[in-house]
Design a protein around this ligand. Structure first.
Ligand SMILES: *Cc1c(COP(=O)(O)O)cnc(C)c1O
Length: 366
């Protein structure tokens, strides 16, 4: 996937950009796509109708509201915070990028907890931020919280993903509190998958206590809008002010703002699907657990995906794609994730298909 850059053009690049390996989602069109943690059930019909209506009413001849005022107000009301404590981005990715523009750079430190979302390190390196890794346990993926709190004491930015991508585990609210107390900089809880976790898992209730806490949410996962690119940060007015200072003013377009507003107003209609995904997650985990004697291991997950270790993972992933037209994500060459695939929890039919295919493939591989 990586595109060729000629030597002369490369010589003109800033060194930190020339050194980057671009993010590659490794997408191939497939019958069943369980590779990107999208909501494969699609939008509920009533919300879909409202979104379509809203899109038809958009006038694109005018620039969008820079701070997505209406959407921001709706998100604020939902989460019980002031509108000044919400900032909307072109996907959570833009907000992550802007966090690094505002809080990263030379002389600044990111405390990072791998294995986790690799985008953090990518953006950190682009803006020449020093990355201090506090690795998770190689077997359970548990975080060494004492070590992380120590690293946080000298960090401008700490990022903890909860539930973590790709390991699926939560970070406790009590531990988040310790980080906020220790860190002189910003503590980001990336809660892109929080809607799939059990009640009371979000760190958002700490927002009233800490000016340096930011909580990232997205409409890409639970709310079926990955293609519209809408994420938002809940934080103090100071942090949203810092991000407003560095952001591109019109990054969130009028269509996406309109679609997101309709989806957020209709958020209750997503609940049955979210509940179904939680149930299917347990069923899929159980099915995979039955392959334990053939060398399959599955970790507990509070997200809409499962991390699974299988014998000969890269080959299994390729055969799933080429022989079954099922796409899952291969992490087997990522540090700390040897032999691991990440499977998004799909519809019952999709989950049955991946279970059947895997039980055939891992049977043969041994
Ligand atoms: C998907 C994801 C995001 C944000 O995705 P967007 O589509 O850019 O909103 C952020 N963090 C993690 C860990 C994710 O998996």
């Amino acid at each position: 996937m990586s595109q060729a850059i000629s030597d002369s053009i490369r010589a003109a690049m800033r060194p930190s950009a020339a050194a980057l390996e671009p993010y590659d989602p490794a997408f191939t069109p497939s019958r069943i796509n369980l590779s990107a943690n999208e909501n494969t059930y699609g939008m509920p019909d009533d919300v879909r109708a409202k979104v379509n209506e809203a899109l038809c009413a958009v006038s694109a001849n005018r620039y969008p509201q820079p701070l997505s005022d209406e959407l921001r107000a709706e998100l604020a009301a939902w989460h019980g915070v002031a509108p000044s404590q919400v900032i909307v981005g072109n996907g959570g990715d833009e907000l992550l990028f802007n966090l690094f523009l505002a809080f990263g750079g030379q002389g600044h430190v990111l405390a990072n907890v791998p294995p986790t979302f690799t985008v953090y390190r990518l953006y950190a390196e682009l803006v020449e931020t020093q990355v201090v890794d506090v690795p998770r346990d190689s077997d359970t993926f548990a975080i060494d919280v004492d070590a992380l709190v120590e690293a946080a004491r000298t960090a401008s930015l700490v990022i903890v993903t909860s539930p973590n991508n790709p390991t699926g585990d939560l970070f406790s609210v009590e531990d988040a509190r310790r980080l906020c107390q220790a860190c002189p900089g910003v503590v980001l809880l990336d809660e892109a998958y929080m809607e799939f976790a059990h009640e009371g898992s979000s760190a958002a209730p700490l927002l009233g206590e800490f000016e340096n806490l930011a909580v990232l949410h997205t409409l890409s996962k639970a709310f079926c809008l990955a293609g519209a690119r809408i994420g938002y940060l809940l934080c103090s007015p100071s942090i949203s002010g810092a991000l407003a200072a560095v952001r591109q003013p019109y990054s969130v377009n009028v269509y996406s703002q309109a679609a997101a507003l309709a989806a957020v107003r209709g958020r209750a209609s997503f609940e049955p699907t979210i509940q179904k995904i939680r149930e299917e997650r347990e069923r899929l985990a159980q099915g995979l657990g039955q392959l334990a004697s053939r060398g399959v291991r599955v970790w507990p997950s509070e997200a809409n995906f499962l991390l699974v270790r299988v014998p000969d993972a890269a080959r299994v992933r390729r055969r799933l794609r080429d022989e079954f037209s099922i796409l899952v994500r291969d992490f087997s060459s990522a540090p700390g994730l040897e032999g691991c695939l990440r499977i998004t929890v799909g519809t019952p039919e999709e989950n049955d298909a991946v279970l059947d295919a895997l039980s055939t493939l891992v049977g043969e591989e041994r």
